[in-house]
Write a protein that binds this ligand. Structure first.
Ligand code: GDP
Ligand code: MG
Length: 731
């Protein structure tokens, strides 16, 4: 109960996450509130008054610093009004949504039900039985996607006697593994998932459960044990599965042939749908009309102008409102809309059309005959649509990273590559340089990685790829082991560490597209490579100021920095918590990695030596690079021309100071120079909100991060000429 807080009118900041708060209306009149963190509570409704105030709503906070959050944060709440989709879109979307609801409003009463499972498990049969179609002994294999509508009468959500019609969109996915990569773009949050297991086979239910966990967010999951007529009593380890996948609502034995269990299942589905918070999301009547019109359109796709036309007919003329409605429909899975798609005519289209077209391309015999390569001249014989749409399909496949361009005439489809590993210079029985273990290794991860590396590809095959980069003059081998759920990287060549760092970053950026992969990075131990240490463990040790890592089993001791340096360059590590001395040591290890010394010797010699000119200049470069980023960000963010000019001038002066410092070869000389002084004053001002630059830093997205980096680089430069470091709080 937050009502006792309502009289504390001077409150400016409130952090209330992870409570069981359901009603925040008492807080809405606190006049001075600028920050309200409400994440992970039980709030389903926000009154309109909240949005008349001058306070920003956001769904989630990306900032790692709690003090940085401003506005109201809502993530992790079962919000029905306004829906999370709208909050995520931002202030303008919220206003359009509220505006749209000033007229007639209806509950949305619509959601997706996604049927997933291996081919042959009975998904199509189940869909038919749910819709009242007869069971077919010889149900043919589903190609692509089947989508059908199922209208259900549910008792009214607000307790009125009148029943409401709920429209479930049943999505039945074809089982071919090759299509899973396409499916992932349709597996949405806020749906109901039904995982269908085939009772006749020795089933591995976790593959699908993990898929759903990765893409489905908090969506509820029902697990069906089908074909009980043939295999009565077939079951899975319910308790342990439920522990691992808490979104499982229950397990339901079923036979689509005899209908045993069907009535019970139907009841469970209805109850679950009735409980979905999505169901009660209010939708303006005219927004609903646009939605139904789109659903009834016979075309496979419409052009954006067509969509806007329909909106205008319904009186939705505001550009933001149209945009908001479109992305909302996209999240509902009613249309697909690819905002950033670079083909000239952005289109709104039906998911079945696209999936089925992709399916046809992937399964065309010519692709198999060519080891995964598709001549673009063959597309017209595969797809029965105008050339413009053919290009669109191939464009989509590129966007989905199902294929990539080899040259103007051919594309390659990684999923159709040869299975056999080719000859290459790496010895795979040797331990890899580094590997990642996953709780869930999505089948699309390696293909997507391959596609993103296409400029460097030497030989690709189904479970690996050999890359070569001329700038680093290095080669790399990346393999994916499905059974061990592991991706391993071997690198060799001149600048192998830098190449490795690039590859690792590429892989980690890809991870961000998935949720809950449960990835753990491992660094094999150089002296006993069959053992490895977690990368995070090393980072933690480094941040705690521990310099050595002891492996008891092999009775070996390693330098933490050395193990880490094999994976990531010191300057790329987060050194926020590290002591300045540590930083100096890393830089020297970098410089002297070829010199054989014991770690103890190295440590002492480093502490005695001054930082070298190269290291200083490297940091000057980093400093100047960060400064340019900052300059660009300011240009974008600061509207006031005079203010912008003043800041630009200041940055110019700092740039000039940097040049002088770079030319300076003698630390003693530099120590007395005005340039260093200027640099120091600049960096200190960054952390001081009272100064013009410090104030401006607060207003841009990456401001704090830039400031921290600048302070970090400054400290290294200052060290060189024996100047005092800037204080830790800024770091
Ligand atoms: P899907 O690939 O998951 O869509 O599976 P289908 O619905 O196409 O079913 C695959 C095969 O299993 C078909 O031959 C169905 O007739 C059969 N089948 C589906 N459900 C049952 C069931 O409950 N019992 C039996 N005996 N066969 C079933
Ligand atoms: Mg099927």
């Amino acid at each position: 109960d937050v009502s006792p807080l309502q009289n504390l009118t001077s409150l400016t900041e409130l952090h209330l996450w992870e409570n069981e708060i359901s009603d925040v209306s008492p807080l809405r009149n606190l006049p001075n509130l600028t920050t309200l963190h409400l994440g992970h509570n039980a709030i389903s409704y926000l009154q309109d008054q909240w949005f008349n105030r001058d306070i920003d709503f956001k769904w989630e906070t990306k900032s790692p610093f709690p003090g940085d959050v401003s506005g109201v944060v809502m993530e992790g709440n079962p919000l029905e009004y306004p829906p999370p989709e709208i909050i995520q879109e931002g202030e303008e979307a919220i206003q359009s949504y509220l505006e749209s609801l000033k007229g007639e409003r209806l509950p949305l009463n619509e959601a997706r039900v996604l049927l997933v499972g291996d081919g042959g498990a009975g998904k199509t049969s189940l869909m038919k039985r749910l819709l009242g179609d007869p069971f077919d002994e010889d149900e043919s294999q589903t190609h692509g996607i089947n989508i059908r509508e199922w209208d259900i009468e549910l008792s009214s959500s607000d307790g009125n006697a009148e029943d409401e019609t709920f429209r479930a969109h049943l999505w039945d996915f074809g089982g071919q593994e090759i299509m899973h990569a396409t499916h992932q773009f349709f597996l949405s949050k806020r749906s109901l998932y039904i995982v269908v297991l085939d009772g006749r086979r020795d089933e591995k239910p976790e593959y699908w459960l993990k898929h759903v966990q990765s893409f489905g967010g908090q969506s509820p999951v029902l697990v069906l044990l089908n074909k009980q007529d043939e295999n009565p009593g077939h079951d899975v380890e319910r308790k342990s599965l439920r522990r691992k996948y808490p979104n499982i609502l229950g397990f339901y034995p079923l036979s689509c042939r005899t209908d045993d269990g069907l009535a019970e299942l139907r009841r469970v589905i209805e109850d679950t749908l009735a409980d979905l918070d999505m169901r009660r999301t209010p939708f303006a009547e005219n927004w609903g009309n646009v939605k139904s019109q789109l659903a009834d359109i016979g075309e496979d796709y419409i052009h954006l102008d067509g969509f806007k036309g329909i909106c205008c007919e319904e009186g939705i003329t505001d550009h933001h409102a149209q945009q908001t409605l479109l992305s909302f429909l996209d999240r509902l899975g009613i249309v697909l809309y690819f905002e950033d798609f670079e083909l000239p005519d952005t289109q709104v289209l039906k998911p079945e059309w696209l999936t089925n077209a992709v399916y046809d391309v992937i399964n065309a015999p010519i692709v198999a005959e060519n080891n995964g390569e598709l001549p673009l001249s063959a597309v017209s014989s595969i797809l029965d649509c105008p050339p413009e749409e053919q290009r669109f399909v191939i464009g989509m496949m590129k966007k989905f990273e199902l294929c990539y361009e080899v040259d103007d005439e051919r594309v390659l489809i990684p999923d159709l590559l040869p299975k056999q590993e080719p000859n290459h210079p790496f010895d795979l029985s040797e331990p890899s340089h580094y590997y990642i273990e996953y709780d869930f290794l999505p089948p699309s991860l390696l293909p997507r990685f391959t596609v993103q590396s296409y400029r460097e590809i030497e030989v690709p095959w189904r479970s690996g790829v050999l890359l070569r980069d001329p700038t680093f003059n290095a080669e790399a081998l990346i393999t994916a082991d499905e059974a061990d759920r592991r991706i391993s990287i071997w690198v060799d060549g001149d600048r192998k560490r830098e190449y490795f760092a690039t590859l690792r970053k590429r892989l980690r950026d890809l991870h961000a597209d998935f949720e809950e992969l449960g990835e753990v990075e491992w660094v094999p131990l150089p002296k006993d490579p069959e053992y490895a240490v977690e990368y995070e463990e090393l980072l933690g040790l480094e941040q705690m100021g521990e310099s050595s890592y002891t492996h008891g089993k092999t009775r070996e001791r390693y330098r933490v920095a050395e193990l880490l340096n094999g994976v990531i360059k010191p300057e790329d590590r987060e050194v926020q918590d590290a002591e300045p001395e540590d930083r100096e040591i890393h830089m020297h290890v970098e410089q002297r990695q070829d010199v054989q010394q014991t770690s103890e010797q190295r440590q002492t010699s480093v502490q005695k030596t001054n930082i070298s000119v190269e290291v200083k200049n490297e940091n000057v470069q980093h400093f100047s690079g960060t400064l340019s980023l900052l300059r660009e960000d300011f240009r974008d963010a600061i509207g006031d021309e005079q203010k912008r000019d003043r800041i630009e001038n200041e940055l110019d002066r700092v740039e000039g100071a940097l040049k002088q410092i770079e030319e300076e070869g003698d630390p003693e000389q530099a120590k007395r120079s005005a340039a260093v002084k200027r640099l120091k004053a600049f960096v200190e001002n960054l952390g001081d909100k009272g100064t013009q630059i410090g104030n401006a830093i607060q207003t841009i997205d990456n401001g704090i991060k830039h400031a921290q980096n600048l302070a970090k680089y400054y400290n290294s430069i200052a060290q060189w000429c024996g100047w005092p470091q800037v204080p830790k709080p800024l770091l």
